[in-house]
Write a protein that binds this ligand. Structure first.
Ligand code: ATP
Ligand code: MG
Length: 443
């Protein structure tokens, strides 16, 4: 017996009907992106490992332990499946000199890869939708991005999404804060867990992000970056807040909000729900004014966010906000194979008028022992009864019956599958254009 083939742990197949919900969701996202005039960008899923080390910072959870990295067997390049897309977008922006005539507003959708412990809302292949505004320095663009995410929640009907906001200040302000923080934690060294001790001299800011309950009091009383911010950093945050206020978008200032990547400065934010357990952050982002130059580009400011698609879909599902699956308008019942060419030409004409059609065709069962059509006689393609059963199961509004008698008279029988009475009418095939639209659902 050969080994059973399964998907990699933490990486999921997305099957109908769930995949249809994703298509719908992506459509909503695209509409919102269009309204804010953000353009789509698609970068490779595999990038040189060095890109992420340089972009995200060596001492981050992602680079330290979550990346899928490997050596290309042929040319020995060190490669990594992208754990996030900002680094790749910035690389592309530099490589193609996209900022030569001013700022760019971009968005992407796609799979990301992180070797984490799989659990609800946390997978090894997951999907992000992200937006990046590159080349813009003013706080109004931070606010624009936040408003764009907020608009998306509104469009989706998601209530109870909370916005948390913070400022990470500028590097010089952070250095001062960091010194105060290290001194504070050193004076309480016996209260630190192993992870915190390890981070004390590498990345003390991340200690503030601890999930360890016994360290909460210690972290709560630690020196706050907010107290080290200079005038410019303060007024940047204030302006973001004023724009959100003017748009009635509520938020909480959370001085403890830090983000997993090293590249952020000034504004950082997260949209959080309490309905997904501990995996409650559905969108995170902020300003990253130094990343472009850090990656070798001409210095330019930037700001962006990324949404965790699985978490948003889960939230929509729980709140019953996913639309019903679309059904075809028409199920085509074809009693005999004799006229299949003619019937399929008619179906094409109907489709060209916008009608969606599922055609009956004898199907196989998925059982390898019986790779034969279920319908016994291919000539008659199964009984009318079994075809009508499939028509009902398809959810179609109408069945079109292409019987030999009808076809020889140049017409087709249309039976309603939804009006209970099963009313029927006959139409001429010579004037499809006149009745095709009556088959289209208005949904
Ligand atoms: P978390 O604190 O939950 O690990 P993060 O700070 O690592 O999140 P980001 O890198 O900011 O997350 O990614 C943005 C969003 O992508 C997150 O807010 C979350 O919704 C989603 N996300 C991150 N990691 C995963 C994962 N492993 N599986 C599913 N979604 C994820
Ligand atoms: Mg993470």
């Amino acid at each position: 017996m050969s080994q059973k083939l399964t998907a990699v742990k933490g990486m999921n197949d997305l099957l109908p009907p769930d995949s249809q919900s994703w298509v719908w969701f992506e459509g909503v996202v695209q509409r919102v992106m269009n309204r804010f005039a953000y353009s789509n960008i698609r970068t490779p899923i595999v990038e040189p490992t060095a890109l992420f080390i340089r972009g995200l910072g060596e001492i981050t959870d992602i680079v330290e332990k979550e990346m899928y990295s490997f050596e290309d067997r042929l040319n020995h390049e060190q490669l990594t499946l992208r754990p996030e897309a900002t680094a790749g977008v910035v690389r592309a922006v530099i490589e193609h000199n996209l900022l030569y005539e001013g700022g760019k507003r971009l968005y992407y959708m796609g799979p990301m890869f992180r070797h984490e412990r799989p659990q609800r809302g946390r997978y090894r292949q997951f999907h992000q939708i992200g937006a990046e505004a590159l080349g813009f320095a003013l706080p109004e663009v931070d606010a624009e991005l936040i408003l764009m995410a907020h608009t998306l929640w509104m469009e989706l009907g998601l209530k109870n999404v909370k916005l948390e906001l913070n400022s990470l200040g500028e590097p010089s302000e952070r250095i001062q804060h960091r010194q105060a923080l290290v001194a504070y934690f050193e004076s309480h060294i016996d209260l630190l867990d192993e992870e915190a001790k390890r981070r004390l001299h590498t990345n003390p800011l991340r200690i503030l992000d601890t999930k360890n309950p016994s360290m909460q009091n210690l972290v709560e009383a630690a020196p706050k970056l907010m107290d080290f911010l200079g005038e410019q950093s303060r007024s940047h945050l204030k302006e973001v807040c004023h724009i959100l206020d003017a748009n009635s978008v509520s938020y909480t200032l959370n001085p403890r909000l830090v983000r997993g990547m090293d590249y952020y400065n000034l504004t950082v934010f997260e949209f959080i729900t309490d309905q997904l357990g501990s995996q409650g952050t559905i969108c995170g982002g902020g300003r990253y004014d130094y990343l472009i130059s850090q990656m070798g580009g001409k210095a330019a400011p930037a700001v962006g966010w990324a949404i965790g698609v699985e978490r948003v879909i889960e939230l929509l599902k729980d709140a019953n906000l996913l639309p019903l699956q679309p059904s075809p308008d028409v199920f085509a019942i074809i009693p005999s194979s004799k006229s299949i060419e003619k019937v399929m030409l008619i179906l094409q004409t109907l489709r060209s008028h916008g009608v969606s059609i599922q055609m009956h065709s004898p199907s196989m069962s998925g059982n390898p022992g019986s790779a034969k059509p279920i319908e016994s006689d291919l000539g008659n393609r199964g009984s009318m009864k079994s075809q009508f059963k499939r028509a009902d199961a398809s959810g179609a509004h109408f069945a079109l019956i292409f019987g030999e008698d009808e076809l020889s008279l140049g017409c087709v029988t249309i039976k309603s599958l939804r009006d209970g009475a099963g009313s029927q009418r006959v139409e001429l095939l010579s004037n499809v254009g006149e009745w095709a639209s009556s088959l289209q659902s208005t949904v």
